[in-house]
Design a protein around this ligand. Structure first.
Ligand code: ZN
Length: 456
């Protein structure tokens, strides 16, 4: 299966044009210019387009067709800062081809994902002119890399009554052995800071004979939150969890890679009690966890300093699963600290915006997409019930009622957010082909609902 060379050349040019615009949301730089370019590309491809203001960068929307089936595609045109620049082999904002790869900031995250889908769209429309049998809403934002501060407000305002069936997520991955992944969910997140202050200023450590120490207090408070198995000991923590459906469980039963691979890759040695080769993938997909991100206070310099510090802080993050609301978990955490005698430990919420989601893998588009991924990437697709990481997918899932579908071209060595970010040319081409086929297959499926299932 080949994509015509002129299609690939045009897509590569589009990607080069986008990469050349340093749309760094962290510096609020280049966002209008990049939004204009994205809008022009969508408009040239036949979409009715518009821009809507965001807090930092505008949203671009392209729409076409009519329901009853509605597909939402979500992408973003902003990128991470290029620093440290000296570690790039070539200039970060110039798309450069070297040994089968295209390098440049945003080549993968997320301009390459956007462009490959759009190129596939053009192929699909060239071969399937006429009225579109479904509605397509393409949303491209410019604030993803700074946490999408206005996304929820934008969706609620602009798409007040919109319902959708499927949301094609902004990225997707191909694993290190070349197997494409269909991602069905994300974990939520609660990030907090605990602080304890026990005196006006640091004291002589001899006074430790009578005064308590804020780092001892924090250590005890943090220790009370979790056991050696990783089980979180906050009362009510597990109450609202939505259990995975049977198919999700089944999909997670056989891990697509051995635990040893992950240990080798990360150098991670010490497993939580109860985590083993059979259970680790289940934990990654379905179990919430609590991390201590940092523990700060007192003297950390060279040699000894006999000090009784007056204050200390601990930063924590909880990876949450569907059903757990971060704000409610924060309230339970406060109650736990008070009940355990840690009223003097203050709690500051740093992030409670992202809720976990997990979509139903029995949606027809999942099998259909997986089959087309197999066709283009030459390997059976892995359907992954949930990422172990968090993504701001819940506004789409809850607002639109859509099924999440994450498929894309990001490969194992893509160096996202790092110097030498890149994509494989072969994946870029495969994703163009996949996208063209996926649009066509969705159209066929919704045009002939009586034959549902015959495309798997
Ligand atoms: Zn990113």
């Amino acid at each position: 299966m080949r994509i015509p060379a002129e299609i690939i050349a045009a897509a590569t040019r589009d990607l080069a044009d986008l990469v050349a615009i340093p749309s760094v949301s962290a510096r609020a730089e280049g966002l209008e210019a990049c939004a204009d370019k994205v809008e022009a590309l969508l408009s040239e491809a036949g979409f009715i387009t518009e821009q809507q203001p965001g807090d930092v960068g505008p949203f671009v929307v392209g729409e076409m067709g009519a329901g009853p089936f509605t597909l939402v595609i979500y992408n973003h045109y902003d990128v991470q800062p290029e620093d440290p620049v000296h570690l790039w082999t070539d200039a970060p904002f110039a798309l450069t081809e070297r040994s089968g790869r295209l390098y440049g900031r945003g080549s993968a995250d997320d301009k390459g994902e956007f462009v490959s889908r759009l190129a596939g769209w053009r192929v699909f429309r060239d071969t399937h002119p006429g009225p579109l049998p479904f509605k397509l809403i393409w949303i491209v934002e410019g604030e993803e890399e700074i946490g999408s501060p206005s996304l929820v407000r934008f969706l609620e305002k602009r798409f007040l009554d919109t319902q959708a069936d499927l949301c094609w997520w902004e990225f997707g991955e191909v694993d290190r052995t070349g197997r494409p992944i269909v991602l069905m969910g994300f974990k939520g997140i609660l990030a907090v800071e605990l602080e304890c202050r026990t005196a006006r200023a640091d004291l002589h450590s001899s006074l430790g004979a009578i005064f308590d120490n804020p780092l001892w207090r924090l250590a005890a408070a943090v220790s009370s939150l979790r056991d050696a198995r990783g089980r979180i000991l906050i009362e009510g923590f597990y109450d609202d969890i939505v259990e995975p459906d049977a198919l999700s469980r089944e999909l997670a039963e056989r891990a697509p890679f051995p635990l040893g691979d992950l240990q080798e890759e990360t150098g991670g040695r010490r497993l939580l009690e109860g985590v083993n080769a059979e259970t680790f993938y289940d934990h990654l997909n379905f179990e919430p966890c609590l991390n201590v991100n940092g523990f700060h206070g007192g003297y950390g310099g060279e040699g000894a300093k006999t000090v009784l510090p007056c204050t200390g802080t601990a930063k924590l993050d909880f990876r949450l699963v569907p059903g757990q609301h971060p704000v409610r978990i924060a309230a339970l955490l406060r109650r736990h600290l008070d009940a355990k005698g840690f009223e003097d430990v203050s709690l500051k919420i740093l992030d409670a915006e992202v809720l976990g989601v997990r979509s139903d893998p029995s949606h027809f588009a999942v099998d259909l997409g997986a089959e087309l991924l197999r066709k283009w990437f030459g390997r059976p697709a892995i359907i992954q019930p949930s990422s172990a990481a968090s993504g701001l997918a819940y506004p789409f899932m809850h607002k639109f009622g859509a099924t999440l579908f994450g498929a894309g071209l990001t490969h194992h060595g893509a160096m996202l957010h790092s110097p030498d970010e890149n994509i494989l040319v072969s994946h870029f081409e495969n994703m163009i082909g996949f996208s063209a086929d996926f649009f066509a297959a969705l159209g066929e499926h919704v045009r002939q609902p009586a034959e549902a299932g015959s495309y798997a």
